[in-house]
Design a protein around this ligand. Structure first.
Ligand SMILES: Nc1ncnc2c1ncn2[C@@H]1O[C@H](COP(=O)(O)OP(=O)(O)O)[C@@H](O)[C@H]1O
Ligand SMILES: [Mg+2]
Length: 304
């Protein structure tokens, strides 16, 4: 087989630097070279080529790589996303641009999941001038959550408990110059979730997060904490189906249990689910080795 070479951009914090080294070594053992730290911020497109101008590799043609593995900031700039999209038109990427862009948007993700028969919270999206739709829906749903469609870490989520709440919130939303409103039915759940990691259709790991006493959001950035939690067959199936529906090769699926409907629902699919940090590994989260192996297998397969 001819020599293979891939580009990689993986986060360095929270133990990411060590993960990079392990992946590079395992790929090397299979005859695959890695150009590391390929942040598209430092690339320039010129005619048929996307040229990388980082410190180490001057003028490297990214369009000639066998694959690009992009696993860094979820929030990328428009420039990075624009080049991600262009590059993926000519070489394979993990995750694909289409699937990554899809999972970055909560409405599009829920829409696709529902069309694949995967359970999500009921939601509604309407034009900013149709705020009266929200009035109708709060009467029906009792409680709902307003969500920015491109948010993360629980930031900007607003629980709306009744009509008076909504009336208070509307002037603020109207001021924000939004294009649309996206709201979900507030799910009656126990303030814990499951984060299930899937690589190439295979189950990697499951852990839980629980909201701290004063918040209804499980995000660590909202004060939530990670705990050890076993998956079951049903949860694993939901997570695998959600990754297949959204098209991600690697996905971290957030799942909660709806106590009213007595079923698991998918809250979101994360296209760059973090490896266990050194602290989490000490806690007993020991899935990094398996995840690395599955990612290396996947890269090997996609470049063969
Ligand atoms: N429809 C909902 N009903 C109840 N709680 C929700 C709902 N949607 C989200 N949450 C809570 O808020 C947290 C963050 O929501 P999520 O949609 O995952 O956005 P983010 O991308 O900010 O993490 C979830 O982990 C969950 O605890
Ligand atoms: Mg989330």
């Amino acid at each position: 087989m001819s020599e293979r070479k891939i580009g990689m951009w993986l986060y360095s914090n929270g133990g990411g630097d060590k993960i990079q080294k392990k992946i590079i070594k395992k790929l090397k053992d299979r005859g695959i070279d890695t150009l590391n730290n390929i942040n598209l911020r430092n690339a320039i497109a010129k005619n048929a080529h996307i040229l990388f101008h980082g410190d180490e590799h001057r003028g490297e043609k990214l369009d000639k790589l066998d694959l690009m593995f992009s696993y860094n900031a979820g929030e990328q700039t428009q420039y990075q996303m624009y080049l991600y999209q262009a590059l993926n038109r000519v070489i394979p990427m993990i995750n694909s641009y289409d699937s990554f862009a899809l999972t970055e948007d909560k409405f599009h993700t829920s829409f696709v999941l529902r069309n694949h028969g995967i359970k999500t919270a009921d939601y509604k999206l309407c034009h900013r001038d149709d705020g009266h739709e929200l009035k109708k829906i709060i009467k029906k749903w009792d409680k709902m959550v307003y969500k920015p469609t491109d948010g993360w870490g629980g930031v900007g989520l607003t629980k709306i408990e009744n009509e008076a709440n909504l009336d208070m919130l509307m002037p603020f939303l109207n001021q924000m110059d939004l294009r649309y409103f996206y709201v979900e039915k507030f799910i009656n759940y126990d303030n814990t979730d499951f984060r299930v990691d899937i690589v190439d259709g295979e189950f990697v790991s499951c852990y839980g997060r629980k909201a701290n006493g004063t918040d209804w959001r499980t995000n660590v950035t909202s004060g939530g904490s990670v705990f050890m939690r076993e998956a079951n067959d049903e949860i694993i199936k939901v997570a695998i189906d959600a990754c297949k529906a959204t098209g991600v090769d690697i996905g971290g699926v957030d799942i909660i249990y709806d106590r009213e409907k007595e079923e698991y629902i998918v809250l979101e699919v994360n296209g760059i689910p973090a490896f266990a940090t050194p602290e989490q590994e000490k806690m007993g989260l020991d899935f990094n080795a398996k995840k690395i192996d599955l990612i290396v297998d996947l890269i090997d397969k996609k470049t063969s």
